[in-house]
Write a protein that binds this ligand. Structure first.
Ligand code: BLA
Length: 767
């Protein structure tokens, strides 16, 4: 039950905060409003004060032509001019109304067509009998425009506006009120009587000027309340007899202010107000707000003069703002172009964004930036720790659907961010893919905001009457708020620049992915070709090779007597060549068989594989008196046969490249690292010059001639392929004459782990 009650209250509050002020049926009593039907100008509705103004009761004018109320000659003139669409040429027209004898009332007649299609005539007391000549506007504007040329600062411009408007209107207080993106506003310029309390620099909550009021300013640029205490007059009849609806008073001058606003003015001590809208890009940028402590009627022409002034000066402000915006936009565009160039030149787009000048930070005046790509972080400047970043991107991945996300108060939407508010209260983020992001950070900037009254109690709900209603706060006294957990806001141009960069990154990443796919295809193709070749070699070449060997040996047997020593040597060379060819073919076959798909992952006792390898090398070990020692070996996830092959090649090499007359001493070691097993095969052999280290693992590359050390030159290439297929790494360290140590890693998690325990970790070992 309670929840239903709460619900209704919430709905009420929302509607209460958004009153439909355009269809209020009261008007301010200083003027007369008539709703007319064209073309004969029949009076459909009239404000109930016709008796005071014209001496005629309102009931008796309804259904009558306008000619019955005003001078026929004038009404005829209206009829002629109203046929044109633009009513600005008619407004205002002075009309004289005779009350009694020679007592004439001079009124300004102002026409408009309501959004629901009726002609509305509003009659206001004219202060002058003559229209103010256009030239006076011109002089007004000219004086202030020449001042403008010597002024650079936005605040100074605004100061000129309020000064000029106060000169023209004589109001006690004139302010320039600028809206923020969130709907609240700030007084950025003010001129007032000395004894009035200053409002300059004060902020006012969004609810003070609700959306419907702001919306009306888009079409009706001026709002005038000459007497905030005046009792409103009703329209008669309240509803338009043709539509049975209240007539739309959006464009009306006389419409009565909404009661809540009237109370607001009372609480502020305002007797009369004039408000002029300032528009930029079809959006309400701000207002010129004039207050007078006592009632004050500012006639139509003066209001228009103020509007004109405001507009001319404001146009200049807009232009200057745009120029400033434009030069920053150009600067950011240059940064984006430079980053794109760096990305295309660097090895990876990440290097391009972080390693050169300008870098990511320059794109958004950020104090920190981070790139998350393929689960790896690259950071610049001050950023939250990596663990926090991981959680943050998880949250972003769930929350952000757009191509860009920007907030100047991250802790408000993501409370964990409070922990790192000092570096990242502001976040600008662009997703590159589901889990890859580029992020920019700005730190918390603690600010004091001065409010005109406590914004947390901007109004209260009054339910004492028949209808619940909102009452504005009574006190507008300075209320200081300390704003925390907020950064400086991201500018629109910065957000746009980030979007531009996003496009460029996505293109590059896509292109790189395509290239990788092509490379993988090429690799697959060449692997397949190698396999085919190895197969053909082992079967088809073997035959003729055997044939050569057999026939040469037969030659030696049969013609032994006839052959001299030279011929016998030649036959020996031929037989050697054939046997080398056979080794080559075998090794190519082994090499081609090692590939990722062929790995059989299983729990393997390394000791068993190693012992098998040593058993295969038994003969050579005995020949050379080799001494082999090993650490206790673990059980790991790997392909046991390939591991055996790996040890056999490495230990075989260690024996092969021994020092003359020194028995080989070989130690096979193992160490557990965080994510991998690090194996080593250390010998006391001839070693090699470290500068050739990269060559030794390349297929068919040799450091020695075949005469010195026979072999195919494929042993280490096979080792490398085996290790890499296990997603590990292999490398060697040596010095000429000082023995060599070969290292390789096998990731602990087997196939699920990527390259682990790389070269960096190797230094721990050699330390
Ligand atoms: C209208 N409120 C306004 C206007 C201003 C302000 C400038 C437009 C002027 C006008 O319509 O005459 C507020 N005036 C200010 C502020 C300053 C100032 C901020 O001088 C700062 C110095 N107002 C409330 C609440 C409501 C509300 C709680 O405080 C409830 C809904 C309503 N304000 C409200 C309405 C209007 C308004 C409805 C339009 C009035 C109308 O045109 O009828």
């Amino acid at each position: 039950m309670t929840s239903i009650h709460l619900d209704t209250q919430e709905i009420n509050l929302t509607t209460l905060k958004q009153p439909s002020i355009h269809i209020l049926t009261n008007i301010q009593p200083h003027g007369v409003l008539l709703v007319l039907q064209e073309p004969d100008l029949t009076i459909l509705q009239a404000s109930a004060n016709t008796l005071q103004a014209f001496g005629v009761a309102v009931e008796s004018v309804i259904g009558r032509p306008l000619d019955d109320l005003l001078d026929v000659y004038q009404v005829d003139r209206f009829r002629e001019n109203l046929s044109g669409q633009n009513l600005d040429f008619v407004n205002p027209t002075k009309v004289w109304v005779r009350r009694s004898g020679d007592d004439y009332l001079v009124l300004d007649a102002i026409f408009h067509r309501s959004p629901d299609g009726f002609l509305i005539l509003e009659l206001e007391p004219a202060l002058t009998q003559e229209s103010i000549p256009f030239l006076s506007f011109y002089h007004l504007a000219k004086a202030s425009i020449s001042q403008l040329e010597a002024t650079a600062d936005l605040r100074d411009f605004c100061q000129i506006i309020v000064h000029e408007v106060r000169q023209v209107t004589g109001c006690d207080r004139v302010m320039l009120y600028k809206f923020d993106d969130d709907g609240h506003g700030e007084v950025i310029a003010e001129e007032k009587l000395d004894d009035m309390e200053p409002y300059l620099g004060l902020h006012y909550p969004e609810s003070d000027i609700p959306k419907p009021a702001r919306k009306m300013f888009l079409s009706n640029w001026i709002r005038v309340i000459p007497d905030a205490y005046a009792e409103p007059v009703a329209l008669y009849p309240a509803h338009n007899p043709l539509t049975q609806q209240p007539v739309d008073l959006t464009l009306s001058i006389l419409r009565s202010p909404f009661s809540c606003h009237q109370e607001y003015l009372h609480n502020m001590g305002v007797g009369a107000s004039l408000t002029i809208s300032l528009m930029k890009d079809q959006k309400l940028w701000g207002l010129i707000a004039c207050h007078h402590r006592t009632p004050k009627l500012i006639p139509y022409e003066l209001r228009k003069a103020c509007e004109f002034l405001g507009r001319v000066i404001f146009a200049e402000i807009s232009t200057r703002e745009e120029v400033a915006d434009h030069s920053y936009r150009m600067k950011l565009a240059q940064v984006v172009t430079a980053l794109m160039e760096s990305m295309s030149q660097a090895d990876s787009f990440i290097d391009g964004l972080t390693q050169r000048e300008p870098n990511l930070l320059d794109l958004a005046e950020a104090t920190g930036a981070a790139i998350c790509f393929s689960g790896q972080w690259t950071t610049l400047g001050r950023t939250p720790p990596e663990e926090e970043l991981n959680y943050l991107v998880q949250w972003l991945a769930k929350t952000v659907n757009d191509e860009v996300f920007a907030t100047d108060s991250l802790p408000l939407v993501y409370s964990d961010a409070e922990r790192f508010k000092d570096v990242a209260s502001g976040l600008l983020a662009i997703p590159i893919s589901k889990r890859s992001f580029v992020l920019w950070f700005r730190p918390e900037v603690i600010q004091t905001v001065n409010w005109g009254g406590d914004p947390n109690h901007a109004y209260e709900l009054n339910q004492s009457g028949a209808e619940p209603r909102l009452c504005p706060r009574k006190s507008f006294e300075l209320w200081k708020e300390t704003v925390r957990l907020k950064s400086l806001p991201w500018k629109g141009v910065e957000v746009k620049a980030a979007l531009e960069l996003r496009k460029a990154i996505v293109n590059i990443v896509l292109r790189q992915a395509e290239e990788l796919a092509l490379l993988a295809q090429d690799l697959e193709r060449s692997n397949a070709e190698l396999k085919k070749f190895a197969y053909v070699a082992s079967h088809d070449l073997q035959e003729p090779l055997n044939q050569v060997a057999n026939y040469v040996q037969l030659l030696e047997l049969r013609y032994n007597e006839a052959l001299d020593q030279d011929a016998k040597d030649f036959i020996d060379y031929a037989v050697e060549g054939v046997s080398l060819m056979q080794t080559l073919i075998d090794d190519v076959l082994v090499y081609s068989k090692v590939d990722l798909k062929g790995i059989e992952w299983e729990l393997t006792a390394v000791e068993a594989s190693l012992n098998q390898a040593l058993a295969n090398l038994r003969g050579r070990m005995a020949e050379t008196n080799a001494v082999i020692t090993t650490d206790p070996m673990p059980t790991i996830v790997a392909d046991g046969t390939q591991l055996m092959q790996l040890f056999q090649n490495l230990v075989g090499n260690a024996i092969k490249f021994r020092q003359t007359d020194v028995p080989p001493q070989i130690h096979i070691g193992v160490q557990r690292q965080e994510e991998a097993w690090l194996f080593s095969v250390k010998d006391n052999g001839i070693g090699f010059d470290q500068q050739f280290v990269d060559r030794i693992f390349v297929i068919f590359q040799r450091l020695h001639t075949r005469d010195e050390y026979p072999g195919s030159g494929m042993g280490l290439a096979i080792c490398k392929k085996i290790v890499e297929c296990h997603r590990g790494q292999i490398w060697a360290e040596s010095e000429l004459g000082q023995g060599a140590t070969f290292y390789f890693t096998i990731p602990v998690g087997g196939r699920d782990r990527s390259h682990a325990g790389g070269r960096k970790k190797q230094s721990h070992l050699s330390d």
